[in-house]
Structure formats: structure tokens, C-alpha cells
Design a protein around this ligand. Sequence first.
Ligand code: UDP
Ligand code: MG
Length: 141
Amino acid sequence: MEQTFVMIKPDGVKLGLIGTIIQRFEHKRLRLVRAEMMQLSLEQAKAHYLDLAHKPFFHDLLQFITSGEVMAMVWEGPNAVKAARCLIGATNPLESPSGTIRGDFALELDSNIIHGSDSVENAAREIQLYFPDYYAAKSVS
Ligand code: UDP
Ligand code: MG
């Protein structure tokens, strides 16, 4: 069964969207496997967004993602990576249709409520980064 990593960003947490977002994922018939509120260190944020280190917005992104608590989650189901990205919508909320989380609740690119892994490989990498004990136990079993 496929798993993906999803994270409600500080703006989503501050806006009180945790319940709404979890409900959308449950309605899609994905299964919540792990969930934890946490505040990211700068090191964790850098490790997460490694691929974007050369981008002009990298510094602002690190600032934003470490600015408050996030809700880190692992969701499971058939094609969970793609299914989660469909629920989340496009990176730019203005290009994300109504019915998607970013289309319904976000207005700006730099505060777009939620993260979801973009591939099965990155999902594994991100699950390992945020839930190392769970990832290690899973790899052994
Ligand atoms: N981002 C930004 N400015 C940009 C592009 C991206 O602030 O021009 C932020 C945005 O919050 C996005 C995150 O960087 O969610 C990661 O970018 P990515 O291209 O991986 O988009 P995602 O996978 O989150 O849709
Ligand atoms: Mg991405």
C-alpha cells in the first residue's frame, strides 16, 4: 500500500484548518497512519526543501515554514501520493481550482496552507525525515 507525507503549514494551523483538511483526506478514503504537531528547526526545514536551495524564495520559505507549529502526517492508500496532490491542488493557489485545499483556502504562493510529497521516492525520504522511528521500524518489518 502506498504512503505519502503531508504537512499542514503554519498558516493552515493558525487558520484552524487541521480538522477540515483531515476530513477531506478521510472522505477521499485515505487512512491516517501517523500525525504529530511539531515546530521545525532550520536544519529540518533545509533538509526538507533541499531541492529548492538555489531558488530566490528559499530563504523566505525557510522563514515561513519555521514560523509556527506544523501538523506532519503520513497518509496511506492506493496511489496515495497522487491522490493527496489532487486534494491539495496546484502550487499557486490562484491556479488551483475550487474544491482543492489550496484553491479553497489560500490566495498566495508563499503561504499555500499544505505540503504533499510529489513522488513515491520523495514520500519515503520525507517520512524518514519527519518520522525516523516509524520509518526504521517499517523497514525492519
Ligand atoms: N514557493 C514559493 N514561491 C515560488 C514557488 C514555491 O514561495 O515561486 C513555495 C510554496 O510554498 C511551495 C513550496 O515553495 O509550496 C515548495 O515548492 P514546490 O515547487 O515544491 O511546490 P509544491 O510541491 O509545494 O506544490
Ligand atoms: Mg514540492
